[in-house]
Design a protein around this ligand. Structure first.
Ligand SMILES: [Zn+2]
Length: 337
């Protein structure tokens, strides 16, 4: 294992587990569950199946995203949308997914906070050789969470793309949207993020609490990528959309906490859509796109120790990170003997 990521969703899992089970989960240190989704590793061994055609060869850097298997036979899997698998058990999360004991000791997938990981060849991503490996790791979560809806909704060069929130997801959406040739506008409450947004490729920044700025931008955007992960009123963002515009929701907002009456949508043919990571083929496409455009995640590196990971989770949940924590597993945990 080389590097593993900390993301907000993992942080939420940690909060939920600690609250319900009253168990502090510490990565790979003998606690109840070992979370940690996306990771990158050096491939050290293949199975001895001569029939297999491996995308990743021994010595290559392999990426493992948010899931490590799916049913492979449902309509979604056959279409390459393994992330949406509707078969038995759905997609098998890289951590915390209940699986047979004989395949996964403890009856649950054990995540990437570990020295090694075993993954089916059909569920790994080849990390391009020219990429900064540590900064590439979060692309397998944050990167695909931006790239997938952009592709699925047909976002095109020259269109006006609004990004709400400039955190782990939002900053990637700015970089990827700008590389796709979109006119990117960042919508934030925080004036201090203006320079950062522009440095990532945004052409405009709107301060959402400034009514004059919001009014001036009304009906100007084709798409809005909304990465806010707490209860909020989306009406003010709907007003920024052109007719037939789409707002894509990727942040975890609690049920009932996102009010928008249908009359906010009906008169102007507006759409509200959700999106969850992406399939394996699209994830490979995303990392190849990012490699071509020199896009990586902006990261803070930490050690793979319980203390460092706990601080990172707390800071992630408090949105105090620029912009993703990456755990330096390679430097801290022992490799496969
Ligand atoms: Zn399936």
């Amino acid at each position: 294992m080389l590097y593993t990521c900390v993301c907000g969703y993992v942080g939420m899992m940690w909060l939920r587990e600690t609250k319900i089970c009253n168990v502090l989960i510490i990565a790979g240190m003998g606690a109840l569950r070992v979370p940690g989704g996306i990771c990158v590793c050096e491939l050290v061994e293949h199975s001895e199946d001569a029939e297999c055609m491996y995308l990743v060869q021994v010595g290559d850097v392999a990426g493992v995203g948010c899931f490590t298997d799916s049913c492979r036979s449902c309509e979604e899997c056959k279409e390459g949308d393994e992330n949406l698998c509707t078969g038995a058990g759905g997609m098998h999360g890289t951590y915390g997914s209940e699986r047979p004991e004989e395949q996964h000791p403890g009856g649950v997938t054990q995540g990437g906070y570990s020295g090694d990981i075993v993954v089916d060849q059909n569920y790994v991503i080849k990390v391009p050789e020219n990429m900064h490996v540590a900064a590439a790791a979060p692309l397998l979560c944050a990167g695909i969470t931006c790239y997938s809806p952009f592709m699925n909704h047909g976002i095109k060069a020259g269109q006006n793309l609004g990004i709400v929130g400039l955190g782990g997801l939002g900053h990637m959406a700015v970089k990827i949207g700008a590389a796709m040739g979109c006119n990117v506008t960042v919508i934030t409450r925080d004036e201090s993020k203006r320079e950062l947004a522009l440095s990532f490729g945004a052409k405009n920044v709107i301060i959402s609490t400034d009514k004059a700025q919001m009014d001036a931008a009304a009906k100007t955007l084709h798409f809005i990528y909304n990465s806010i992960a707490f209860a909020h009123d989306i009406h003010q963002y709907l007003d920024l959309l052109k007719s037939n515009g789409t707002i894509i929701m990727v942040g975890g907002v609690p049920q009932g906490a996102m009010p928008a009456g249908s009359f906010s949508l009906i008169p102007r043919n507006l759409r509200v859509a959700g999106s969850l990571i992406g399939g394996i083929k699209q994830t490979q496409e995303m990392i190849d796109f990012c490699s071509k455009h020199n896009i990586v995640c902006s990261i803070e590196m930490i050690e793979a120790t319980p203390e460092a990971v706990e601080i990172a989770w707390k800071r992630t949940v408090a949105s105090d990170v620029k912009f993703r924590f990456v755990i330096d597993t390679k430097a801290t945990l022992p490799k496969l003997a």
